[in-house]
Design a protein around this ligand. Sequence first.
Ligand code: AMP
Ligand code: MG
Length: 361
Amino acid sequence: MDTEILRIDRDHISDSDIKRAAGVIRSGGLVAFPTETVYGLGGDALNPDSSKKIYAAKGRPSDNPLIVHIYDLGQVEKIAMLDEGSYRIDRVPDKVKALAKKFWPGPLTIILNKKENVPYETTGGLDTVAIRMPSDPIAAAFIREAGYIAAPSANISGRPSPTKVTHVIEDMTGRIDMIIDGGDVDIGLESTILDLTDKAPVILRPGAITDRDISEVIGKTGYDPGLKGGENAAPKAPGMKYRHYAPKGELVIVRGDGERVRDYINARIQEDKHELIKTGVICPDEHVLNYRASVVKCTGKLGDEEAVAHRLYSILREFDSEEVQMIYSEAFDDEGIGSAVMNRLLKAAGHRVVDANDKEE
Ligand code: AMP
Ligand code: MG
């Protein structure tokens, strides 16, 4: 299949380009498009064949549901049941309204019970549907024209999510009809997923919007205990159980006091070099000269976790193309978006963490 690349300038969005891209969706095709979180791989959310095509293009297990993207709050009641059990479709519940007022459009996905018109092919067989309203202007214009767009991240399953159009081109050329090139994304990590289908609201995937942000709007909201990892962990979001974001090389996170971390990583690099293993380090700009690895990747200024979020997936892909075999990452602060950064980094590392303070040098 030929994949057309359509460049759209987010400051001067061309109506006719948006119409053309939306036409592809309406005729059952797939279009990758930028959002503020990561690039999405879009298809018509209400067309089961489109959703099947998305799974095929990504090589994604079909029990891993897709997020439905909307542009207007009024669309929620068309695809979600708004009161458990009773079919009250006349208004969006206050909780969803309050969250939407504060966070939509933006990086928050809300899970509600689905209506019949949402095919099981889109929800991975679940009776619930995940809904998000993106803020990226290209995404918003595109969804407005196309209707309801089901979109997971536009990467091959198991690779880091795409934050640049080059990542999408790398993974999706020949697999989908069109790629909208809207430049680099803003945030760089996927949305926060909030489940509202149980009595207590629970976050199934951390993102730029934190438990504290959500608690301020709808009261106490915690994280799914299954996110912690370990053998008995069973995350509630089907996608969180898969080993995502894994670089080809082995990745270890090293935490502890600054000098201890530096000395531990350098000692390991020294050993690796004897074995002719190509090494890499992930660290803040200020620490770049501390390490003697083959490749050192900087995440931005020390303490700027938003900058880490923005660069992380790109760095993991760069390590792959440079064929780095052993990667050491400094641990980042767990506050704010840092909790999402550490969640993705821990998954990429298969939860391998070393505490340098425990090590004798
Ligand atoms: P992606 O779009 O690639 O970031 O993947 C979507 C994520 O949303 C996956 O982790 C899914 O498991 C999760 N998700 C989507 N719909 C639901 C749902 N109805 N219930 C729980 N998790 C969901
Ligand atoms: Mg994904």
